[in-house]
Design a protein around this ligand. Structure first.
Ligand SMILES: Cc1cc2nc3c(=O)[nH]c(=O)nc-3n(C[C@H](O)[C@H](O)[C@H](O)COP(=O)(O)OP(=O)(O)OC[C@H]3O[C@@H](n4cnc5c(N)ncnc54)[C@H](O)[C@@H]3O)c2cc1C
Length: 379
């Protein structure tokens, strides 16, 4: 998010920017730990619009930003087994189509024909969008950062923001582990840590960290899933399959197969230790949906943090309490894919342009009293 905002601001001529990163490298927070999925299949109209813009930009990333990225549009396939989910997704398909997204309702048999090796027992229906896909989080982040630097922005690493000084209800200075920077404007792009930046100036930014795991499976006996022995047992492309009822998902990743699932018992917290005792629960679902995984070896795993808001929608825009304090955080597990549009929209807001986007579902103020409209397709 930080790199996207910096690039879009620099494009608009605002180049006096310092991007501050605590770690030694960019993209080592949530962004460096995600599955790379990009999809149009959301339940909230604002998220569908963010996807349309972001995916279009990723498709032309090298031309627009100047760095090549790994990007595949092999589709997303949602499998639905509960009647209630079928009803919701049938409605969502209509909504997505009304935004111009080409999404299809499929029978279990049609779903299976797209994903060799898939077991569709109990599946009542599926949705498929061929323009969804998988992209490269590190490439996108570093691409935006390099592009912003080329226009004059500064990127400082191994530097922690420790405080923000406010004068007369206005941002005046950012304090860091390496000194202070006088500035009238701060963008809080701290992902799962966004709440702590808000706390520095008494602004409640309701973002909670939640651990999510990713496991990588190698084929039985080693080698690659592309080997002739596995043809017909796993998808031959990077199609991303989601068993929506359990949140189990998988896609091909290099020679391996990436899979993950949310743990309904996970409590908010910053711990990203891999909980190997959770793996048997995932494997049980995994073997049911993709039986070849019963013989596979889990070669490695990692965990990262989702950045959850109460309604699973992001916060984009200014604080109405402290002038000059903007937030772009809380994307609730779908922030990598929305970074291109979100960065553009915030850069427009900051530079006084019309973002041509209704930001009301994403304002920080929405949490104070009013009911909010939630995003339901969180995986
Ligand atoms: C397992 C997993 C799978 C996911 N899969 C997908 C997916 O398929 N598609 C998708 O779109 N999204 C996915 N996500 C979500 C996605 O990763 C996040 O929504 C997105 O990366 C958020 O980006 P960000 O820039 O807001 O946060 P981050 O990438 O976490 O960046 C915030 C940065 O702020 C820095 N920082 C924090 N505090 C300070 C401080 N005080 N001083 C200096 N620096 C600080 C951190 O070091 C970090 O680098 C997944 C997440 C996980 C964990």
């Amino acid at each position: 998010m930080g790199c996207s905002v910096a690039w879009h601001l620099a494009q608009r001529g605002l180049t006096n920017i310092v991007l501050i990163e605590r770690e030694a490298q960019l993209a080592t927070g949530s962004t460096g730990r995600n599955a790379g999925g990009v999809r149009h299949q959301f339940s909230h109209p604002a998220n569908i619009e963010m996807s349309i813009e972001s995916i279009a930009m990723m498709a032309r990333f090298e031309e627009v930003v100047g760095t090549p990225i790994d990007f595949h549009q092999d589709g997303y396939l949602f499998l639905l087994s509960k009647a209630a989910h079928v009803a919701t997704f049938l409605k969502n398909v209509q909504l997505q189509k009304s935004h111009g997204v080409d999404v299809q309702w499929l029978s279990p048999r049609e779903a299976q024909s797209l994903a060799p090796g898939l077991d569709v027992t109990g599946v009542k229906g599926a949705t498929y969008c061929a323009a969804d896909g998988v992209a490269d989080p590190n490439g996108v982040t570093v691409g935006f950062a390099k592009g912003a630097q080329a226009l004059g922005a500064e990127v400082v690493r191994e530097t922690e923001v420790t405080g923000i000084r406010v004068e007369h209800n206005r941002v005046a200075e950012v304090q860091t582990s390496r000194g202070s920077i006088a500035t009238p404007l701060v963008v809080n792009a701290a992902g799962p840590w966004a709440k702590s930046l808000g706390r520095m100036i008494g602004v409640d930014v309701p973002v909670e960290p939640e651990r999510r795991h990713i496991f990588i499976a190698s084929p039985p006996g080693g080698g690659s899933w592309d080997d002739a022995a596995h043809v017909g047992r796993v998808p031959g492309n990077k199609l991303l399959v989601i068993d929506f009822d359990t949140s189990f998902y998988f896609h091909r990743e290099g020679g391996g197969l990436l899979f993950g699932m949310g743990d309904p018992d996970e409590k908010p917290g910053f711990d990203i230790t891999v909980r190997w005792d959770f793996l048997p629960q995932v494997i049980e679902v995994a073997m049911r949906r993709l039986p070849v995984l019963a013989d596979a070896a889990v070669s490695h795993a990692w965990a990262g943090l989702y950045e959850m808001t109460p309604d699973h929608n992001p916060i984009i825009g200014p604080s109405s309490d402290i002038e000059g304090f903007h937030t772009i955080a809380g994307f609730s597990g779908h922030g990598f894919q929305h970074a291109p549009a979100a960065g553009r929209i915030l850069a427009d807001v900051i530079t006084g342009r019309d973002p041509k986007f209704d930001l009301s579902p994403f304002t920080l103020d929405r949490f104070s009293g009013r009911t909010t409209s939630a995003e339901a397709n969180v995986v």
